[in-house]
Ligand binder design. Structure first.
Ligand code: SF4
Length: 433
């Protein structure tokens, strides 16, 4: 989502005359768009500013804006602690950046813009063409979250759930496709809770996917990140008849233990999660799942941990993420006693080894097979091309310039832990031969 936001910030400031630069040494303005999910996010911002100060020691100071969730969470504190920062701008206020920049240039005052003005933000962004021209692009369709998992800062930094208008999303999708986009990933903190109400009608994620399916030159549709409780029957049904909807779903479970799921306030059980996975597999038998896992959550016993291992084995997750639990100030879980760090680390290694083993087996099984790959770009300084399979696995292969933006068949010849390697084959017939 930050990548999408950064691109939109770039669109906004280009309107008032700023241009992107690759050179950190000669910028007039430096906008650091931050994420608060990972550990030590705030300290990383101060380190970055420290590096910037060194670069500009004998030069005119650039305007420095901190945007995103760290700005939202730290707020005035940041302006007080680091005088080099000119403004903090929350994720729901970045539509104000052009005015903020003009104000700083004119009045040289510090600015705190951290209101939750999500309606005004998208009203403003909707009037501005999305200039992205990548083969695979993002569109934010939903922001915020009402779920309040006990470990998570999102409801406090991004606010409550908000869904953009279906019409505006389709407009943005069409404009991206006319710029060359072939794959769209719909984004939201709780993307499958998408619910746009208009004239007494309610439009859900399934309605949006069905509308996107009608866009002629769009080849692939994905969405992330989903909550298991919002995998409604209408959305599951989409996997049955919408070919453009990729057979890959990132569906974070966080833990395989009912005891921990309850402590996390996830509001589902492992049995419910497995029932959703099975329902989706009934309509899309080759679908693959990925997930996020929080390891060593406060109160996690050996038995809870083994339940997570058991769930991983049952679902066979690919392309997944696992982290040691890390407390976030201001969240309900922050006041709980952590389990021993040594134990957390030990469990993380076991989980990561298991996830890696599953991934390597899947990749190994792909050797000799023909995979449908969307060609995204040529690798820098190399002759090879980069793309992804339907299941989002990265592939590096021999192909031609004309293949960029096309879905081609690649014969998989080699693999490593994360990536497949192969060569383009010219036709489906060749694949069948
Ligand atoms: S559903 Fe996701 S975004 Fe919402 S509170 Fe839980 S972890 Fe955070």
């Amino acid at each position: 989502m930050n990548e999408y936001d950064s691109n939109r910030i770039s669109d906004l400031v280009q309107k008032i005359g700023y241009k992107k630069t690759e050179s950190l040494e000669s910028a007039d303005c430096y906008i650091l768009n931050t994420c608060h999910i990972r550990e030590k996010a705030t300290e990383k911002v101060y380190h970055d500013i420290g590096r910037l100060k060194k670069k500009y020691r004998n030069k005119k100071k650039p305007i420095v804006l901190i945007t995103g969730c760290v700005a939202q969470a730290e707020n005035d504190e940041m302006l007080k602690r680091e005088k080099y920062i000119d403004a903090v701008v929350g994720p729901q206020s970045y539509h104000n950046i052009p005015e903020i920049l003009k104000g700083i240039v004119k009045k040289k005052t510090k600015v705190n813009s951290t209101e939750f003005d999500v309606i005004e933000k998208f009203d403003k962004l909707n009037t501005l063409e999305n200039s992205e021209s990548k083969v695979s692009s993002y569109i934010t369709i939903q922001e915020g979250c009402d779920k309040f998992c006990n470990f998570c800062v999102v409801p406090y930094t991004r606010g409550t759930e908000y869904s953009r208008s279906l019409k505006e999303i389709i407009y943005e999708a069409k404009s991206l496709v006319s710029n060359g986009t072939k794959e769209i990933t719909l984004l939201g903190q709780n993307v499958n809770a998408y619910n746009f109400k208009h004239s007494k009608k309610s439009f859900r994620l399934s309605d949006l996917i069905r509308e996107l399916d009608k866009i002629k030159n769009l080849k692939r549709i994905r969405y992330t990140t989903s909550h298991p409780n919002d995998m409604s029957p209408d959305l599951i049904e989409c996997y049955k008849d919408i070919k453009k909807l990729m057979p890959f779903l990132h569906l974070p479970v966080q833990s395989g233990s009912n005891n921990i799921l309850k402590k996390m306030n996830r509001k589902y059980t492992r049995e419910y999660y497995l029932s959703i996975v099975n329902k989706i597999r009934e309509v899309s038998k080759n679908i693959e799942f990925s997930s996020d896992f929080i390891i060593g959550y406060p109160g996690e016993t050996e038995k809870d941990f083994l339940d997570t291992i058991d769930l991983i084995k049952k679902v066979n997750f690919i392309n997944s993420y696992s982290f040691i639990y890390n407390r976030r100030p201001g969240t309900p879980a922050a006041s709980l006693d952590s389990i021993k760090n040594d134990e957390q680390k030990k469990r993380l290694i076991i989980i990561q080894n298991l996830l890696q083993e599953i991934q390597i087996n899947k990749n190994k099984n792909s050797v000799g097979k023909f995979k449908e790959v969307l060609v995204e770009n040529k690798l820098k300084n190399q002759t090879k091309y980069f793309g992804r399979t339907q299941e989002l696995t990265p592939v590096i292969f021999d192909a031609n310039k004309e293949d960029v933006g096309k879905v081609i068949y690649v014969e998989i010849k080699k693999y490593n832990r994360n990536t497949l390697f192969g060569s383009k084959i010219t036709s489906k017939k060749e694949a069948a031969a």
